[in-house]
Design a protein. Structure first.
Length: 128
């Protein structure tokens, strides 16, 4: 099951990519030579945000009993290890004995939020 990013979050990725691209290009053309490496880093950031906009439509993936956040350093959590779920301030905070995972609800598409909530309700865990 794939939990999608909201349209607002995807627009954020797109405009963030445009910002870093414009900053990088203007910096390359209008700066001194010693700072050009920094502006190349800005262009690299814009490419990564464009990639996230185009390919990164999934915020979470639930497969084979594992919940995974779909980004570079995203957490993985086995659904059977979850001990408690806390719904607080627009976030789901999933806890195991060793670690926790925070899911920002405002980043989740409304149609996918219902799927995520029903999947979490299936678990026999303590809701706080």
């Amino acid at each position: 099951m794939k939990i999608l990013y909201s349209k607002k979050q995807r627009k954020y990725h797109f405009f963030n990519a445009l910002f870093w691209l414009l900053l990088g290009i203007t910096g390359l053309f209008f700066s001194e030579r010693k700072l050009s490496l920094i502006y190349l880093l800005h262009i690299f950031l814009s490419i990564s945000y464009f990639y996230k906009y185009l390919k990164g439509t999934n915020y979470l993936i639930i497969e084979k009993g594992v919940l995974k956040q779909n980004y570079i350093f995203g957490n993985k959590m086995d659904l059977s290890e979850i001990k408690s779920i806390k719904h607080f301030a627009g976030e789901y905070i999933l806890r195991t004995y060793k670690r926790k995972m925070t899911i920002n609800i405002s980043w989740v598409d409304q149609s996918s939020l219902l799927d995520l909530t029903t999947e979490l309700k299936k678990l026999d865990v303590k809701w706080i």
